[in-house]
Design a protein around this ligand. Structure first.
Ligand code: SAM
Length: 432
């Protein structure tokens, strides 16, 4: 097995069987570090550019392949991806891709893969020009998603779609309980790892190049975690007073829970999530960072199953959402998410908000968070909540990052090098 055959197997699971990339991305069978990196690059790259690659392949294939040969279909996409996007000499890319047909025990496909890739090489310019006349192909998003971006962000939609296809930065959060950001810079310097401070955050560091986390100084000891700059804003916005009781209602895998515990002296933090596999990840996250919280696998909307009746001074509500702001990190969202999911998600968000609101102390604050750029999940959700709750006031977030919305603040994907996030802060008393 080499990088291309491993990538073929993984991508067949995602493209044909609709599994999520993070569930199937296992490249550990490859011994060589460069092969592992290539397999990962092929998986992410093909998913980033799938509609464009598929549009080209459709023009090159004379007849559709049978479902049992979906691995060959995926292999052809991998071949095209290398020709268009990687700096591998075309003849080497073709030869290596053709070779995979033998590893897949489909020698019959050798001629087909060879012919398609050679034809593409000859006709590359005209083929690309012709498929790119369609915006959703050129920008490699399903048409419904492009339409949504256009409806929500009339002048920025193309910037958002392009940012979704870019490589995301590799950003760390220094554990304030271990050391300062400056101290960690010293460790990076000694390890010869180039990095800069992440803007708008106190603890963020952006590395010049992605790296295996195990090679980072102090990862196992819990000195740092991987977290985008936009996600790091939650802790500072929640502004927790010493001794507070805090609820993190949708907590797994625990990036923000950990950040709260690193920054504040919290007397009690209850972290809930309703998916047991994700709760396990939350436990692992806190264990590595030597932090603790009351962690429970529970549905936050079933209050009677977990609440002790005491109100919370702070509630972090990082709701399940479309993920439309983090497509650059999870390109499979573009295909796994469906237009129809939005109605279900907005109903869940609204239910979570309404159920948890009574649990907030009169002087408390609730921070509502999504990694979405859609108004239905963000500004419109909060506006509708405020309209229905006479005791709900918004604390306007004044910041150098993001866009002011009628309610809350929106960071668009890729802006200030951050993921697309939305924040709104609610309280029961008007805070001027
Ligand atoms: C955006 S993620 C949270 C990310 C997390 N706050 C972090 O920073 O790592 C949303 C989480 O909500 C959980 N979830 C969805 N519905 C829930 C519910 N009714 N009760 C509790 N958790 C829920 C999902 O399992 C998912 O882990």
């Amino acid at each position: 097995m080499d990088a291309r055959s491993v990538a073929t197997k993984i991508l067949t699971q995602v493209i044909r069987h609709r599994h999520s990339l993070s569930d199937c991305l296992d490249v550990s069978s490859l011994q060589d570090e460069r092969e592992r990196a290539l397999a990962q690059a092929l998986c992410y790259g093909v998913l980033r550019w799938l509609p464009r690659l598929e549009a080209i392949l459709k023009r090159l294939l004379q007849k559709s392949l049978k479902p049992k040969d979906s691995d060959i279909y995926v292999l052809l996409l991998i071949g095209l991806y290398q020709h268009i996007y990687l700096r591998i000499p075309p003849h080497a890319a073709t030869a290596a891709t053709v070779n995979v047909t033998r590893q897949l025990k489909k020698k019959w496909a050798t001629g087909l893969v060879n012919a398609i890739l050679r034809t593409f090489q000859r006709q590359q310019e005209s083929l690309l020009k012709s498929v790119d006349s369609d915006d959703s192909v050129r920008l490699a998003h399903p048409p419904w998603l492009i339409k949504y971006f256009q409806q929500n962000w009339a002048s920025q939609w193309e910037m958002i779609a392009s940012a979704n296809n870019a490589h995301p930065p590799f950003t760390l959060r220094v554990n304030a309980r271990s050391m300062s950001r400056d101290d960690y810079f010293e460790h990076l310097l000694k390890a010869n790892i180039a990095a800069t401070a992440t803007p708008y955050t106190k603890y963020g560091i952006t590395l010049e190049h992605a790296i295996d986390v195990q090679q980072l100084p102090g990862f196992t000891q819990g000195w740092i975690s991987v977290q985008d700059g936009a996600a790091q804003l939650a802790a500072q916005l929640l502004d927790i007073p010493a001794g507070a009781r805090v609820l993190d209602a949708c907590a797994a895998p625990g990036g923000k829970t950990a950040h709260l515990l690193e920054c504040y002296e919290i007397s009690y933090l209850l972290a809930l999530d309703n998916q047991s596999a994700r709760v396990q990840k939350l436990e692992d996250t806190l264990h590595r960072l030597n932090l603790s919280a009351d962690i429970r696998c529970a549905d936050a909307t079933q209050v009677e199953t977990w609440w002790d009746g005491q109100v919370f001074d702070r509630i972090l509500l990082d709701v399940p959402c479309s993920g439309s702001g983090v497509i650059r990190r999870h390109p499979d969202i573009k295909y796994l998410r469906k237009n129809s999911d939005l109605a279900t998600l907005t109903a869940q968000q609204s239910h979570l908000l309404q159920t948890l609101w009574p649990l907030l102390a009169p002087e408390g604050k609730l921070l509502y968070v999504t990694c979405s750029v859609f108004a239905e999940e963000n500004n419109l959700q909060i506006q509708s909540f405020i309209a229905k709750h006479a005791d709900a006031y918004e604390t306007v977030l004044v910041a150098e990052w993001g866009h002011t919305q009628p309610s809350g603040r929106q960071i668009l994907s890729g802006e200030n090098n951050m993921d697309g996030f939305y924040y709104a802060c609610l309280s029961k008393n008007k805070i001027l």
